[in-house]
Structures are given as structure tokens and as C-alpha cells.
Design a protein around this ligand. Structure first.
Ligand SMILES: [Zn+2]
Ligand SMILES: [Zn+2]
Length: 374
């Protein structure tokens, strides 16, 4: 009798739970911008992907095929290696997707992603500083991967690393899934919902990024670090690259266009599963001259900062100066007159019903750097 009662109780709880989760899933939607006129000068893609050339579960061909079925323009493969030349040979146009390749190096301080470098004549050094120097001398750039998890980064003197990963989706899947257990069954039916639930504010990464930027300009990246679950991961977090000319059809040129924009910081990051972010802009104006994200410029009293966040849903723009929030606004077009040199960046928060926590930067811009006139 008692056993029966417990069984009924459990069954009842399971029904209530399934109903509750079902309601959450039915109510979930990605906010879109139907009136948006997409510009060919903004392309979007997925960064930090592993394939069967290292510890990933799918081939570059299969991954390109999955990317071509989503709204992506490019993917960046970063297999483990020093560099991984087999994986890098997959670069090219595949199923209409621009496939760019780099490598994730295991160096003395942790994992370092190298992109945009000319083929090296010998393997990269395992010493972090030397590897960064070699990548730079081959015209490439380097990004510190997942600095606080798995192989955590040991910092030392800040030298010429170009970027740091602010969110790494693999870290969320591996180390934060316990928090998501109540939502875990939804990964089978609506993985986008489950992934959004897993996101947590990258407090330490943001703090470190701002700290690094005080001494030398560093770019921020949202990274999928995909080894499996490619279909949902590829479009979960995206880099939105701003081009000077429409993307070339010729591979070498197209590759250069995207990699040099990333190297220069002319891109922003977004959680596109929560809401489509295409069209966001952040720039500075010095008279007739505009200064883009990633650029370094001399500060003067005529500088104005501009944000365009014209979305058909509510969001809040935070302007951040040297790591401190100096303004929050729900206006769709913002002009702000800064009073001090330093670095300025933008975080945008979605103010709508979403499975994503309210403290996750839905959009994360790269900084604009102003130094004092000497
Ligand atoms: Zn790694
Ligand atoms: Zn990785």
C-alpha cells in the first residue's frame, strides 16, 4: 500500500514536471527582427570548432554542411596541434560556407588559439610567450582559450596575446550542466533552450579582460569550442564581423577579409539564440572620421560615441569605460560625449522573457581605445 502511494506521488511529480517544462518550451522563442534589411557588410559565424582531425566528432565537410543549414557565413576550425596542418587543409569554400582554419596550441600557460598565420617552417614552441611571438611574426594573432577552466591559463606578464575568450560553451557543457539538470531533458527536443539555460555570467573573464585592457589592447571572443552537438552549438554564440567591402567570392581574399577584421577587433559577439543581433553598431566619431571597434585613436574634446541598437524588442545598452559602467539606456540610438581617454566598450542586455539569465551580455562589443594626446 505504502509503495503504491510513493509510486503515485512520483508519477504525479513527473506529470507536473513534464507539464511545467512543456509550458517553458512552448513559450520559448528566439526574438527576431523581421523588418531587418541584412547588409552584406556584416557577416556572422562560429569560432573555435574541433573536428575529427583532433578530438571532435564530425568531419569538416559534415560541419560545413550543418553550418550551411543555419544562417552562418563562416566557421573557424581550431583543431588541437602545433599547428594541426591536416585540419588546416580543410580551409576553403565548402557548401557555401567560408571555412577558416587555425589551431589550438597546448602551451606552457594553457590553451592558445592561433589564427591567420602564414605556414610555419617548424612546429610552434610549447612556451607560451615564444609561441605568441612566433604567431605574431607569421602575421597571425592569438587568443587565450577558456582561461578559467579545464586547462586554466597561468598569467605571468601580459605580453602580445591579441584576445581572450569571454564565454566558452564547452566549459558550460562540461562544468555547469549540474545547475541545468532541471532543464536537461529539453536538450533532446529544444537544445537552444537548454543551452540558453546553461549560460552564466562570465564574471572572472570580464574582470580579467578589463584588467588586461588597462595595459594592452585585448579583444573579447564568444567561443563555442564545439566537439559534439554541432548543430545547436554552431549558431548558439556568434561573431558578427564588419567588413569594409562585401565578402569576396575568391577564397584567399575572403579569408583575408574576415581574419584581418577579427585581428583588428572589427566584430562583436552575440548570443543569437536568445535574439538576432544583426545590425548592432558601436563606433566613435572624431569630426568626419569614424573610429571602429578595435581601433586605437587619440582622445580629444570632439570625440562622440555612438551605439545603434534598433531592435523590435526591448534591450538595455550599457556603456563601459575602463571596466566601469558609465551609462545605461534603452534608447535605440545613443550618442554619448566621453570626458576621458581610456577604453570604451558596450554590453547589451535583453529585457524580454527569455530562458537566458538577465545578467548575461546578449551582445558584447569589442572596445575602442583612446589614449591621451602626448
Ligand atoms: Zn582548449
Ligand atoms: Zn578547444
Amino acid at each position: 500500500m505504502r509503495k503504491k502511494k510513493i509510486l503515485f506521488l512520483l508519477l504525479g511529480l513527473a506529470v507536473i514536471y513534464s507539464f511545467w517544462l512543456g509550458v517553458q518550451l512552448v513559450r520559448f522563442r528566439t526574438y527576431t527582427n523581421p523588418a531587418l534589411d541584412k547588409t552584406p557588410l556584416e557577416i556572422q559565424g562560429s569560432y573555435h570548432i574541433h573536428t575529427t582531425h583532433s578530438d571532435g566528432k564530425k568531419t569538416p565537410e559534415k560541419i560545413a554542411e550543418l553550418a550551411s543549414r543555419s544562417s552562418l557565413d563562416f566557421i573557424i576550425l581550431t583543431d588541437h596541434g602545433d599547428p594541426n596542418l591536416e585540419s588546416m587543409a580543410a580551409a576553403g569554400w565548402n557548401k557555401g560556407i567560408l571555412v577558416l582554419t587555425g589551431s589550438e596550441l597546448s602551451v606552457s600557460r594553457g590553451h592558445l588559439v592561433a589564427l591567420g598565420f602564414a605556414p610555419p617552417s617548424m612546429p610552434f614552441s610549447q612556451n607560451a610567450e615564444q609561441a605568441a611571438y612566433q604567431i605574431k611574426s607569421l602575421k597571425g594573432f592569438s587568443i587565450i582559450a577558456h582561461p578559467y577552466s579545464k586547462v586554466a591559463w597561468s598569467w605571468g606578464e601580459p605580453i602580445g596575446y591579441n584576445g581572450i575568450e569571454i564565454i566558452n560553451a564547452n566549459t558550460l557543457l562540461k562544468y555547469d550542466f549540474l545547475r541545468s539538470i532541471p532543464f536537461l531533458p529539453s536538450i533532446l527536443v529544444k537544445p537552444d533552450y537548454a543551452l540558453l539555460k546553461m549560460l552564466k555570467r562570465p564574471v572572472k573573464n570580464l574582470k580579467k579582460w578589463d584588467e588586461l585592457n588597462r595595459t594592452h589592447p585585448t579583444l573579447g571572443f564568444y567561443s563555442v569550442d564545439a566537439h559534439l552537438l554541432y548543430k545547436p552549438l554552431l549558431s548558439f554564440l556568434q561573431l558578427h564581423v564588419l567588413l569594409k567591402n562585401p565578402l569576396s567570392k575568391e577564397f584567399e581574399q575572403a579569408s583575408h577579409q574576415v581574419l584581418s577584421a577579427l585581428h583588428q577587433g572589427r566584430f562583436y559577439n552575440a548570443v543569437d539564440y536568445a535574439a538576432q543581433s544583426h545590425g548592432f553598431r558601436f563606433w566613435a566619431q572624431k569630426g568626419q572620421k569614424s573610429v571602429q571597434m578595435g581601433e586605437k585613436s587619440i582622445f580629444d574634446s570632439h570625440v562622440t560615441l555612438h551605439v545603434r541598437a534598433e531592435f523590435p524588442f526591448t534591450c538595455e545598452v550599457h556603456l563601459i569605460h575602463n571596466g566601469k559602467k558609465i551609462m545605461a539606456s534603452r534608447e535605440k540610438r545613443i550618442v554619448h560625449k566621453p570626458t576621458h581617454p581610456g577604453f570604451y566598450r558596450v554590453e547589451v542586455y535583453l529585457k524580454e522573457r527569455t530562458p537566458m539569465r538577465k545578467d548575461i551580455p546578449w551582445i558584447l562589443s569589442n572596445p575602442i581605445f583612446f589614449r591621451e594626446k602626448s
